[in-house]
Design a protein around this ligand. Structure first.
Ligand SMILES: Cc1ncc(COP(=O)(O)O)c(C=O)c1O
Length: 384
């Protein structure tokens, strides 16, 4: 997997921090391209719908638009943003099993065709407000090892799928497929294999009752791994590809909704040390970005962010606590983190900062969200 750190070294970090100030997010369009192409290369029969929720930054959407990606949207805000970027509703799946009426109205207005659901109540809502929709039933997948287990909240058990399809049909909803999400940052192909085996059974049982399930959406979940573990990701994609061939009839259209694997490694955060002190003989550093900003991923995404010093000559090791700029004592990101001793004004770089980071950042305490620049625009010629 390409990482922003590949194109984004410490010297570029210092130049950009001086040019724009920090906190600053640096997007590598090239990394977005690499990550998208990796999905296409190893899952060649699968149509990518980028999960906008992971990072809706407009240049990411534009690059994926240019590459021919489709999009997974989950709210009226995401639909409206994409529409404003001239992306047609026919390229979006409204992949939230419980929708707001405002979201449904936006989907209808922009000509979306597909939605997902996992309850009779939602089927009634679709029938009443979006009768022309084609719906995918969300299947529940057991995967306790995922970093973020989405199946606590969504999905029906395999044995509940057919009764739900019948109930939806009785209310006038056209059910055309099955979708699932194995949980985010899945580290094994097993939950995909299990879910696809369930899909095989369900498609056959549905066919016996005259329902044609012609779409299977395997969701997101594909993990962000360091370059040294790239082989693991490729092995996982290959195993999923084999499971698709083994489990699904050739006529079934397969979709995916990757989020983090597309955008995480494409963004690097630059943040500066704004304070340093000893508390009870332990070193604390205060940064200009915190848990209410890009590092919101510590809370919402359980993500382990790396920190690298950009300034030259920072040698030695100490253990330190890193806190954000707000007045809240909850605003502490990392404790006992090994680091070279730092000085106020030092710039730190945090790679893999593109997924579930700026998307869930707030402006608590009046600290503005980190700005974003595109690496290849700032250093023309670095794009290969
Ligand atoms: C329905 C749906 N699809 C796709 C995604 C993207 O998942 P990931 O970032 O793990 O690929 C999510 C994440 O919450 C989701 O809820």
């Amino acid at each position: 997997m390409a990482t922003a750190a590949e194109g984004m070294d410490a010297s570029k970090g210092l130049i950009l921090a001086a040019r724009f100030g920090t906190p600053l997010l640096v997007l590598s369009r090239q990394a977005i391209r690499h990550n998208y192409e990796l999905m296409r290369q190893y899952l060649p029969t699968v149509m990518v719908h980028y999960a906008v929720k992971a990072n809706p930054f407009a240049p990411i959407i534009s690059e994926l638009d240019r590459l021919g990606s489709n999009f997974d949207v989950a709210s009226d805000g995401e639909i409206e943003q994409l529409a404003a970027q001239n992306i047609g509703g026919w390229r979006m799946v409204y992949a939230n099993p419980v929708n707001t009426l405002r979201g449904v109205a936006s989907a209808v207005r922009h000509g979306l065709r597909y939605c997902t659901f996992d309850s009779v109540g939602e089927a009634e809502k679709i029938a009443a407000h979006w009768p022309q929709a084609e719906a995918l039933v969300r299947l529940r997948v057991v995967n306790s090892q995922a970093l973020v287990d989405l199946n606590k909240k969504f999905g029906v058990l395999p044995e509940e799928v057919l009764p739900l399809i019948r109930a939806a049909r009785d209310r006038g909803v056209h059910v055309v497929g099955i979708c699932f999400h194995v949980g985010s940052q899945a580290l094994s192909p097993r939950p995909y294999q299990q879910a696809l085996a369930d899909c095989r059974e369900l498609i056959a049982q549905a066919a016996d009752e005259g329902f044609e399930l012609r779409i299977v959406d395997i969701g997101g979940g594909f993990p962000v791994l360091p370059l040294s573990r790239r082989g693991e990701l490729i092995g996982m994609l290959q195993a999923v590809d084999r499971a698709l061939t083994e489990c699904l009839p050739p006529a079934v259209e397969v979709w995916s909704e990757p989020g983090r694997v597309i955008c995480a490694s494409a963004v690097t955060l630059l943040t500066s040390v704004i304070g340093s002190r000893l508390r009870d003989d332990h070193r604390w550093y205060f940064l200009d970005e915190g848990i209410y900003g890009t590092f919101s991923g510590v809370v919402f995404d359980h993500w382990e962010f790396e920190l690298m010093a950009c300034n030259p000559g920072r040698t030695g090791r100490e253990k330190a606590t890193f806190a954000g700029p707000s007045c809240d004592s909850f605003d502490v990101m990392f404790e006992n983190r090994e680091t070279p001793p730092l000085e106020i004004g030092d710039v730190l770089m945090s790679p893999n900062c593109g997924a579930y980071t700026s998307a869930s950042a707030t402006v608590f305490n009046g600290f503005a969200k980190a700005g974003m620049v595109v690496l290849e625009d700032e250093f023309p010629g670095c794009e290969q």
